[in-house]
Design a protein around this ligand. Structure first.
Ligand code: CS2
Ligand code: MG
Length: 402
């Protein structure tokens, strides 16, 4: 089974997505997601210029060798662009292999470890009251776990309070929108949010929160400690993780579970966090961390220290990633939770898929492969529309972490 054609499809049905389609000489094809929010063209060019020519004529069954070729052969290894390009190839080849075997991807990985995949949705509001209403709405939709983000008094455009309700798209302009951040306003506000939430909905639903890389380690420790009475399922991205050691200080002060990793792209980004037991959930994804092949290695490594998976699943990860992730989640023994930000109707039309939501769980479906396709004719109707993620500055103008 040889690779006969490799196509990079950039489309903007509601937001930009980059999709890789690999077609074999036997007519079986597979697709992979290569979307990197705000940097889509970088990955598309990497695939078109530096990867596609290497793949033509290769045996499509040799997934591991393709991964090693694209990782070691790049010389300039790791990084979000390179690892997303490798991920797109990897997921497309796993899709092909499962289709050729006539089985859903989770069977190829080792079979089901669970029937349904626990997911969490994104409730957000301009203030505490509106956020409580939204959390209640998600519970009414059947969610058993809900992330809550609210506006912060005195701050404009805080992270996580999006336009639209069931999906969240932060990339809102061709040049970065500038936002202002105040940690002290946020730290004073957030415990009040979760006190109000627990008063409103009780302790029967899992609550999550994303600090989005904005705190120093000691501030993160303070937030984690202040949220302990509200028993969060996890507190995410509490502090930038380039220095994995920073999490040790947080860990010393709080038992609030910690999640990190949506911006990681290899095991090397989280090896110390895992083996030092500084985190509880690893957020790496099939699209961000080199595909099924590498994410499986991260999950198996994490299992040794009882760290569970909590794959990122924002609107800016395509339905192809959601489909492949659900097969991974259905198999992986140390599963934690799957993020599930919905996509717009336009996006879902371009990416027909087998997965479905029911009673707080996602089910991947049983079609051979990862169960997601792309309608290339429809995709062509949505030209690329350059957008970038916002940036954040402190109130004195200092550049900060968005
Ligand atoms: C967020 C994302 O879902 C999350 O946990 O961190 O929405 C993130 O802001 C976007 O994926 C960035 O493009
Ligand atoms: Mg996040």
């Amino acid at each position: 089974m040889q690779i006969a054609d490799v196509r990079v499809i950039t489309s903007c049905p509601g937001r930009n997505f980059v999709t890789l389609k690999i077609v074999t000489d036997e007519g079986v094809y597979g697709i992979g997601d290569a979307t990197l929010n705000g940097r889509e063209r970088a990955v598309a060019a990497y695939l078109e210029e530096h990867v596609a020519p290497l793949l033509i004529g290769r045996d499509a069954r040799r997934i591991e060798d393709a991964w090693q070729l694209l990782y070691r052969g790049a010389y300039w290894r790791r990084g979000p662009v390179t690892m997303r390009a490798i991920a797109a190839v990897d997921v497309a080849l796993w899709d092909i292999k499962a289709k050729a075997a006539g089985m859903p991807l989770y069977d190829l990985l080792g079979g089901k470890s669970r029937e349904g995949v626990l997911v969490y949705g994104h409730a957000n509001g301009a203030d505490i009251e509106e956020t409580c209403d939204e959390v209640e709405r998600y519970i009414g939709l059947g969610y058993k776990a809900v992330r809550a983000q609210s506006g912060v008094p005195g701050l404009d455009k805080p992270y996580g309070v999006g336009r639209g309700q069931m999906f969240y798209e932060p990339a809102d302009a061709a040049l970065p929108t500038e936002t202002i951040w105040s940690t002290s306003k946020y730290l004073d506000h957030t415990p009040k949010l979760f006190e109000a939430l627990r008063d409103r909905v009780g302790f029967g639903v899992e609550l999550l929160h994303d600090a989005h890389h904005r705190l120093t380690p000691l501030e993160a420790a303070r937030l984690g400690k202040s949220l302990e009475p509200y028993r969060l399922f996890w507190l995410e991205d509490v502090t930038p993780a380039e220095n994995q050691e920073a999490f040790r200080l947080v860990r010393q002060h709080t038992v609030t579970p910690l999640a990190v990793g949506e911006i990681f792209n290899t095991l090397w980004d989280c090896k110390d966090l895992i083996q030092e037991q500084l985190i509880d959930f690893i957020r790496t994804t099939v699209v961000g961390a080199g595909g099924i092949t590498h994410l499986r290695r991260i999950a198996d490594f994490a299992a040794v220290w009882q760290v569970r998976t909590g794959c990122h699943g924002a609107t800016d990860l395509s339905p192809v990633t959601m489909g492949a992730a659900l097969h991974f989640d259905t198999w992986v023994p140390n599963f934690g939770i799957q993020e599930y930000m919905r996509h717009t109707a336009e996006t879902d039309a371009v990416f027909p898929h087998a997965y479905r939501f029911e009673a707080g769980l996602l089910f991947p479906g049983d079609t051979p492969g990862h169960g997601v396709d792309i309608d290339e004719t429809l995709a062509a109707k949505y030209p690329y529309d350059p957008k970038q993620l916002p940036i954040a500055r402190l109130e004195d103008g200092t550049m900060w972490n968005w």
